[in-house]
Ligand binder design. Structure first.
Ligand code: NAD
Ligand code: DAU
Length: 335
């Protein structure tokens, strides 16, 4: 998609969507309209400073069919980030996950179908379930779907809706399934920012269970560069896995954070495990690398973590308003 285009970014006040919006403004000539409901996870402050001639914010839900229809009509491309995104929340109350992730995606698909707009669906590798810790394999585009939590099941369902709208109605869509992102503007409910902000506040980090679960970390800018590449050069109807070979277990990540913040590496607590906790995620991104020529830029996880720690130290006004309510929610489940 060279030159200038009008992009509708759903969920653009969230972690990855706000970074994507900044990335697009910085690296392309496109204009961006963000549609975001500003749930507990959305924050307009994450979009501060963007140029008014290329950026517009609309508060509203992807479940609002009339609003979605009019915004889709005004734009050439829709990049769909909006979702309820946190596994722990989905275990406490699945209802908003069904509404936003399934019904919201359905409303967008109906609108892009009606107006014949290009659609890119942002999804997760959690749709594939998990791998054993000693399994040498990784997820690929051919891995069967086998989601574990209400969150991942709702994302799996949304992916299948996209595939059906491509096949049955000729919608011009692509899908990407990415592994765990880290970087600036991530909500403090998520693993890495929770531990960094705990240490800043003098609270011990919290490790679920034994902490041997493995996640495949990727910097949010590498994810967003891949999304842009898929939009520009991906094949309609195809799925691309996004990952940067960043496997680490949770215990190691907590130890890295503690060491980087000048604390003893055992200064953390084991807390209740997550029910149904996926063991290991690992992405084989060969297709993205070979067919679309994407390569990650952030190859040193420890350095990426250091920069993220610095960001949370320097941006306490951004995260402090969410911290207390987040920890109160975790206290109820002993986490
Ligand atoms: P997030 O929770 O930080 O942001 C979600 C955003 O969507 C928020 O701004 C929220 O206000 C908005 N939103 C929620 N419901 C809405 C609705 N009904 N209408 C409009 N806006 C609504 O999530 P994130 O981590 O930025 O994830 C973004 C997307 O990327 C999600 O689709 C998620 O499944 C996917 N993803 C996330 C990761 C990750 O590591 N965080 C990895 C792979 C894929
Ligand atoms: O893999 C992609 C997914 O990554 C995305 O689809 C999700 O939207 C995103 O939230 C993330 O899911 P996870 O469940 O893997 O991320 P979370 O940050 O919640 O947890 C990461 C790991 O850390 C997981 O094994 C649980 C563990 N954990 C989490 C928290 C919040 C802890 O040990 N302690 C904690 O305090």
């Amino acid at each position: 998609m060279p030159g200038m285009s009008a992009i509708l970014v759903t969920g653009g006040a969230g972690f990855i969507g706000s970074n994507f919006t900044r990335y697009v403004i910085d690296h392309t000539e496109h204009t961006v309209t963000v549609l975001d409901a500003l749930t507990y996870a959305g924050n307009v402050a994450s979009l501060d400073g963007l140029p008014a001639d290329r950026f517009r914010f609309v508060k509203g839900s992807v479940g609002d069919a009339a609003l979605v229809d009019s915004l889709v009509a005004e734009n050439e491309l829709v990049v769909h980030f909006a979702a309820e995104s946190h596994n722990d929340n989905s275990l406490n109350d699945p209802s908003p996950f069904i509404q936003t992730n399934l019904i919201g995606t359905y409303e967008l698909l109906q609108a892009v179908r009606k107006h014949d707009r290009r659609f890119h669906h942002i999804s997760t590798e959690e749709v594939y379930g998990d791998l054993e810790l000693d399994d040498p394999g990784k997820f690929s585009e051919a891995t069967p779907y086998n989601p574990s939590s209400p969150y991942s099941a709702s994302k799996a369902g949304s992916d299948l809706l996209v595939r059906a709208w491509v096949r049955s109605f000729g919608v011009r869509a692509t899908i990407s399934n990415c592994s765990n992102n880290y970087g600036p503007y991530q909500h403090v409910e998520k693993f890495i920012p929770r531990q960094i902000t705990n240490v800043i506040d003098g609270i011990r980090p919290k490790l679920y269970g034994a902490g041997l679960n493995v996640r495949d970390w990727i910097h949010v800018d590498d994810h967003n560069a891949a999304v842009l590449r898929i939009i520009e050069a991906g094949t309609i109807g195809e799925t691309y896995l996004i990952g940067a070979d960043g496997e680490e277990n949770n215990k190691t990540v907590i130890e890295l954070i503690l060491a980087a913040m000048g604390q003893p590496i055992d200064a953390y607590d084991h807390v209740n495990d997550r029910p149904g906790h996926d063991l290991r995620y690992a992405i084989d991104a060969t297709r993205l690398r070979t067919e679309l020529g994407w390569e990650p830029r952030y190859r040193n996880f420890a350095q990426g973590l250091d920069a993220t720690i610095e960001w949370y130290r320097a941006n306490q006004d951004w995260w402090r308003p969410m911290k207390q309510a987040t920890e109160a929610k975790y206290a109820k489940t002993g986490q």
